[in-house]
Ligand binder design. Sequence first.
Ligand SMILES: Cc1cc2nc3c(=O)[nH]c(=O)nc-3n(C[C@H](O)[C@H](O)[C@H](O)COP(=O)(O)OP(=O)(O)OC[C@H]3O[C@@H](n4cnc5c(N)ncnc54)[C@H](O)[C@@H]3O)c2cc1C
Ligand code: SF4
Length: 610
Amino acid sequence: MTRYDVIVVGAGIAGSLVAQRLGRHGRRVLVLEAGAKAGRAPAGDPLTDYLTAAARLPGSPYRSRPAAASPEVTDLAGTDGTPGFRAAGHLLQDGPLPYASGYVRANGGTGNVWTGLTPRMLPEDFDTESFGYGRAWPLTYDDLEPHYRSAEAELGVAADADEQRAHLGLRFPDGYVFPMRPLPAARLDRLLAARLDGRRVEDPVGLREVELRVVGTPHARNGVPDPRYDGGRGYVPRGRDGRPDPGSRCVGNASCIPHCPSYAKYTPLKTQGRWSSSVTLRDRSVVSRVLVDGRGRATGVEYRSYDGEVSVAHADVVVLAAHAVENARLLLLSGLADRSGQVGRNLMDHPVLLTWGLLPEGEHAGAYRGPGSVSGFEGFRSGPARKLRAPFRVEFGTWGWIWAKGPVDTDVAHFLTEQGLFGEELRRAVGDRVRRQFTFQFEMEQGADPANRVTLHPTERDALGLPRPLVTYDLDEHVKEGMAAARAVSDQLFALLGAEDHTDYTPSAAWPGRFEHRGRTYGYRGAGHAAGTHIMGGSRATSVVDAWQRCWDHPGLYAVGCGSMPSVATSNPTLTMAALALRSAERIEADLTARDHPLSLRPTVPGAPA
Ligand SMILES: Cc1cc2nc3c(=O)[nH]c(=O)nc-3n(C[C@H](O)[C@H](O)[C@H](O)COP(=O)(O)OP(=O)(O)OC[C@H]3O[C@@H](n4cnc5c(N)ncnc54)[C@H](O)[C@@H]3O)c2cc1C
Ligand code: SF4
């Protein structure tokens, strides 16, 4: 049997990056992936599957695989009464509120279907304990900064460093520019900037005024390369399989979730296309247990094929990169790494408060032309208001009301069934409405709370006979206060714009994430940003992994991904996750080098052979 240097479990963004970096050093890496490779049964071609799917859901380009099932957002439905939701499918839930996010188990993972927004965390995000909530990181922004740059190169990020520096206070080395120039602002962004830049809104919960400023969001999607990048060497965009494709651009198809037909959006398949020949991908291989020796050192894994056949593989280092929920499930299935009692705990997401409306008559938001969000307001992410309420990013939703109410078909149905319009009249009414639609997406930071957790269901099993994950989840007062502030800000934004506010969290079936707070009803969606389940810390007594994402309890075992993050901050987490994964890859390479060239423990004798 081949013995590997490293086994990586999961070929999403985190696993693909670790494998790529170690392969570059010639390490023998086995990547075990639960999903099937595209084009191989039971997976089809994602584009064809997406085009023929009944709905545009994140998982719709990937056929369901009972042996490696994925949770989908439609597994949740709102109900009247308590609890206000029902959960079906792979991820079981016992509330009291729903964890409203899914993930994808196909080769490439959730990174196939993500939106591709890649902001950095703010320096102050690394220590929310100083604001009275969450956990501090054992790392600072400056520790991670060089790895952010590596991740931006790997993912191909388009953004404006000067704008990020000026409006977010981010520190970059002198002269740093992103690989690609920022994406052009959406029509909605330009309209909001013209009407709102420099205006002030009241944050009644954070007890301050905030000046509004439209700021472009960094994107992992191909734009126009910046010739100044990398000391003037420039950057060449990468196409479908990661090969250089200088002409690859985001051309505005507006279907990034779930699939970019022009392959401008980064997916892990681009990184896989650059794996060296020393990396082997074995798909349809569901890892069910991590193996350790008598001293607790990781020695390999046990995995199952779709028909249940059990195999084992051995390596010096095992890297779990199966997504925050599945990493925790694997550690729990293996009975490992839990001396701190924190495995599966501290599950976080960005609960998203949506508000939506119509611009005044005659104005045009330019919906459905480009990525789902290009810019946002960043002024609510930082500062002492965090002591009083959760901080949040505000994304401008440029795909009409799709996230709140469903795609354009729902507008057609509205005019057809409720107003009886047909033909030319119907076309004009739908056109007018969709043109004026916009959404604000308020993404809340959720602090690490040990009570929010993933456990193994005591009786429910998946198709391979493995216990299914069970989530216990709630939103605390800090998050609810953040939503109260966001709603108050939204009210003022609508007033300033003279826009019609159509926000309405009914019917209950469409809003599983719904709660009352201070006499007002709030509805939230999940952002898909699962984090915290194998939390990183400075002490083995209170955390699962150290600052290198090494499991404290088991030499040779790493758990990488957003599950390591002590706080999820207000930035979409994947760029930070990628930076951490690349940093861990360096540590693993150093471990393997030390294995290959152990330092002599004998005292150095002058003249003795080295
Ligand atoms: C709709 C949506 C939009 C998003 N948009 C953004 C965004 O704009 N910006 C951002 O920062 N983040 C975004 N995210 C989050 C982002 O997608 C995730 O943070 C990221 O993909 C996680 O990467 P990962 O490699 O840790 O896990 P995954 O991508 O989930 O990969 C895990 C891999 O492990 C495999 N696997 C699972 N279990 C096993 C097992 N037992 N054995 C072997 N293999 C296994 C899976 O099949 C999968 O391939 C979004 C998420 C969603 C759902
Ligand atoms: S807007 Fe279109 S081209 Fe651009 S990333 Fe999204 S799907 Fe791809």
